[in-house]
Design a protein around this ligand. Structure first.
Ligand code: ATP
Ligand code: MG
Length: 435
């Protein structure tokens, strides 16, 4: 069902610039929608229209099927339900301290003093802002300001959160942490809308995309659909996502399965065809016709790897101890991913898990998990792209541990399960410290 809709929406700025020239969009409840389009295409203007910050010249906006009103009560109502994080944080942050800024929303919602304090403390913690809570926002760095602005909106728990270029200004790990937070919010039902110039992000993250140009929608649909239309990509002044570029190149060379649409590195890996014929080192007593079990060892197919990857029939024994083999079955025995709720850390239990689960690498998801890991002296090897990178390790038969908490737990489980289902590779995933 659509939570936000526009019908023939139009807007011109007081100086006469027409920014929105008739837009019809439908934002689905609980989904992640991204708007992409070149500078000046109207994304920020549209976003300000969607939560009543500015009033359309023509056309309608519907929230939950009801037309937006512009009296004080209606505006208060829409702004409570549709939170917006502006492109420029200076337009958003004005309280004297970070704490007061994040407290502004919950206080305005009429929460009790207690509840405000609880909510703000929790949010600051979640965004890793606790240490900055007494600083004046205008003394923060650009990325820190952005985190404060987002925290201020998240603390109000709106049904819809609109983020105008949320990752601009954030360092790569910080951007990844923000995406983890957003994904966890989305998993618990929050509808998300972003604008971005990052085609890889739009392709990988969004459920639905709108391509905009000159104040209009020029294309929309699933990322698969819109990013497979070169004409549309050009018209929108965009470029093709990197996973698709690589996929098309390897597919053209016959190395990948046809008609796939990988949006992430693990999905790209999953499109690869196993080699049909290859040379491998084999014991001298091997006979032609034998079926060998090969695994991936140091990145190559080899015997005596602990992880079964393929079965191979020996077609030709060569005198130097190598054989030409034909791959007869692709049956990866994948590793697994253990998820550890860091909020329930106990040192003995943790030690036991590390010993019994044969953990090759530890990843931490979320700012809070990283801070707790540091406090507990747990060494972290993976701090960004945690799900994708642990999936890739699992594909090589390794086991990884993800330290995380709250809504990110169910989000990770879901993402890993989805990948296992789609690829048909049984990747074992479990929460190891919940009863
Ligand atoms: N306050 C304003 N007064 C007059 N014109 C404006 C104003 N703000 C934006 N515009 C114009 O409206 C059009 C749409 O701008 P908008 O900021 O919505 O684009 P955008 O898609 O968000 O661009 P970007 O990717 O650079 O953020 C542009 O032509 C811009 O010059
Ligand atoms: Mg903009």
């Amino acid at each position: 069902m659509a939570i936000l809709e526009t019908k023939d929406l139009k807007y011109s700025y007081p100086d006469g610039t027409t920014a929105i020239r008739g837009m019809d969009i439908e934002i689905m409840r609980g989904k992640k929608t991204a708007f992409v389009g070149r500078n000046g295409s109207g994304k920020s203007t549209l976003f300000m229209l969607l939560n009543g910050t500015i009033k359309p010249k023509d056309g309608r906006i519907l929230f939950n099927g009801k037309q937006l009103g512009y009296d004080r009560k209606s505006l208060r109502d829409i702004r409570k339900n549709v939170g917006i994080v502006f492109q420029n944080s200076d337009d958003q942050i004005f309280a004297p301290t970070v704490y007061q800024d994040v407290a502004f929303g919950p206080t305005n919602l009429g929460y009790s003093k207690e509840k405000v304090r609880e909510k703000v403390t929790e949010t600051l913690e979640y965004f890793g802002l606790t240490d900055l809570k007494d600083k004046p926002p205008h003394h923060l760095s650009g990325g820190q300001k952005k985190r404060v602005a987002i925290a201020g909106i998240v603390s109000m728990q709106p049904q819809v959160i609109i983020l105008d270029e949320p990752l601009a200004n954030l360092d790569p790990v910080g951007a990844d942490e923000l995406l983890d937070v957003l994904n966890a919010l989305n998993d618990s039902g929050t509808t998300l809308i972003i604008s971005t110039h990052d085609v890889d992000l739009a392709h990988n993250w969004a459920d639905h995309l709108y391509f905009m140009a000159k104040g209009k929608v020029i294309g929309e649909g699933t990322p698969d659909k819109v990013f497979n239309d070169p004409e549309l990509i050009r018209e929108a002044h965009l470029k093709s996502p990197i996973t698709l570029d690589i996929y098309h190149e390897i597919e053209r060379r016959g190395l990948a399965k046809p008609n796939q649409h990988p949006t992430s590195v693990p999905e790209l890996v999953d499109t690869l065809k196993p080699p049909e014929l290859m040379w491998v080192e084999v014991p001298t007593e091997t006979l032609e016709g034998d079926v060998l079990n090969l695994g991936v060892l140091h990145g190559e197919y080899a015997l005596q790897s602990p992880y079964e990857a393929v079965n191979a029939r020996v077609l030709h024994m060569h005198s130097d101890g190598r054989a030409v083999v034909e791959v007869v079955r692709h049956g990866i025995k994948a590793g697994g991913i253990a998820i550890y709720d860091i909020e329930q850390y106990d040192p003995d239990g943790f030690q036991r898990i590390m010993e019994t689960e044969e953990i090759a690498m530890i990843g931490a998801m979320g700012k809070q998990s990283k801070m707790l890991a540091e406090e507990y002296h747990i060494p972290i090897q993976i701090s960004s792209g945690v799900i994708d990178r642990t999936l890739l390790m699992a594909l090589c038969g390794k086991r990884c541990l993800i330290l995380t908490s709250g809504g990110m737990i169910s989000h990770s489980m879901k993402r890993i399960d989805e990948y296992a289902q789609r690829s048909g590779i049984a990747i074992n995933v479990s929460i190891v410290n919940h009863d």
